[in-house]
Design a protein around this ligand. Structure first.
Ligand SMILES: Cc1cc2nc3c(=O)[nH]c(=O)nc-3n(C[C@H](O)[C@H](O)[C@H](O)COP(=O)(O)OP(=O)(O)OC[C@H]3O[C@@H](n4cnc5c(N)ncnc54)[C@H](O)[C@@H]3O)c2cc1C
Length: 352
């Protein structure tokens, strides 16, 4: 007979997040297998509790009152590899640490995720917002996602197209939010392929190299660049007490973009922007924040902006979620007043 699932009560959530704010979970359990996941779902249903699925806690702002229902931490482990035609397929448990998987892929000389080195959180968290950095995103390599569908309690495999990936979005954080628990993700990587060096920071890093950087070189460079921006979780570095970038880069229509560039030109400024889908333009949220009176190192009581990254709201120690939200609101309001653009937060707000 399977051992009974361990459910704890009033478990503080702040230590399970990178921002380290917020209250407790009324109930908490960690599932190490698919049957434990279904058991946890049955527990929540049986008591009419709302369910929150927790990965590595690196993209969350937990409210000061915590979560009134059940928090289910997905702890399914395992990395299986198979080679088929020109690709190596990695089937990875949702509870695996993302960067451990990237390290494995790079060690196997398989390209496709090397630029995503050093991103905190779990494998199961990566399809949710289509994690991306330094010129790569997981949508390029995910072939399928194994999920528990809470609509009919069935385990099913969603192909990449069904996941609806776009910039920092998928069905998991938009149209089907809360419907699926991600159990396993399959990535198709390319053995012995060249590393992706398209992003300006990486080009600069490798400028002057006479040989092509290997995947390991790129992984090390990305981790080094991330550490210099406090975007790599480093124990004791207080600028890392964040949820990463707090705002998404706004994607504007041509009309909105032209209105914004006119406002910038009137101030003698030029806003960095990049092409996005469907003739839209993606503009730098960091630039907007910095040009609205919030420079790196800005402080407001126990919260502030990282000294090394304008987009990271940091907890300077013992901050509350309310203080984080107040700073977020303040930044959004100033950016909108000055630039006419509404910044959209990237992290997930839990229990608000
Ligand atoms: C220092 C730092 C740097 C970062 N850099 C980047 C970056 O470069 N690029 C980037 O895209 N992101 C970045 N992030 C954000 C974050 O690391 C990613 O979004 C990460 O994938 C979140 O995964 P997680 O497991 O921590 O998810 P959590 O924070 O635990 O959860 C986030 C959301 O995903 C859902 N979720 C998690 N696991 C599952 C599951 N198994 N099934 C269903 N839903 C699930 C949760 O319910 C929640 O809605 C950064 C964060 C930090 C703190």
């Amino acid at each position: 007979m399977a051992a009974a699932m361990l459910v704890q009560e009033n478990v503080p959530l702040a230590p399970m997040t990178t921002l380290k704010v917020g209250g407790a979970a009324r109930f908490f359990t960690e599932a190490k297998s698919i049957s434990e996941v279904t058991e946890a779902v049955a527990f929540a249903r049986g008591r009419d509790l709302s369910l929150f699925v927790l990965g590595g806690g690196s993209n969350l702002v937990v409210s000061d009152t915590g979560w009134p229902g059940l928090v289910l931490k997905v702890g399914l482990l395992g990395i299986d590899e198979r080679v088929e035609r020109e690709k190596t397929f990695f089937e990875v448990g949702a509870g695996e640490e993302w960067d451990r998987f990237v390290a494995r892929a790079v060690a196997r000389n398989c390209a496709g995720v090397e630029c995503l080195s050093g991103i905190p959180g779990s494998v199961g968290g990566t399809p949710v917002q289509n994690v991306g950095a330094y010129g790569q995103e997981v949508a390029e390599t995910i072939v399928s996602v194994l999920v528990l569908d809470l609509k009919d309690n069935l385990v099913r495999e969603l192909c990449a197209e069904a996941c609806g990936f776009s910039y920092r979005t998928s069905i998991f954080n938009t149209t089907a939010r809360g419907r699926y628990i991600i159990l396993r993700v399959t990535y198709a990587l390319t053995p012995r392929a060249e590393a992706r060096i398209e992003y300006a920071d990486l080009k600069k890093h490798f400028y002057g190299w006479s040989v092509s950087p290997t995947l390991t070189d790129v992984r090390e460079a990305v981790r080094w660049i991330r550490a210099s921006k406090a975007m790599l979780i480093t124990p004791g570095d207080e600028d890392c007490r964040s949820a990463g970038s707090f705002f998404k880069n706004p994607v504007l229509t041509p009309e909105e973009h032209s209105a914004l560039t006119k406002r910038a030109a009137a101030k003698g400024l030029q806003i960095p922007s990049y092409p996005a889908l469907d003739s839209q333009r993606k503009v730098s949220a960091a630039w907007l924040v910095e040009h609205s009176g919030f420079s790196k190192g800005y402080n407001s009581g126990r919260v502030g902006i990282s000294r090394r990254h304008a987009l990271a709201i940091v907890n300077r120690g013992e901050a509350t979620a309310a203080e984080v939200v107040a700073l977020k609101d303040h930044i959004q309001q100033r950016v909108e007043e000055i630039w006419g653009v509404r910044l959209e937060p990237e992290p997930v707000f839990v229990g608000f």
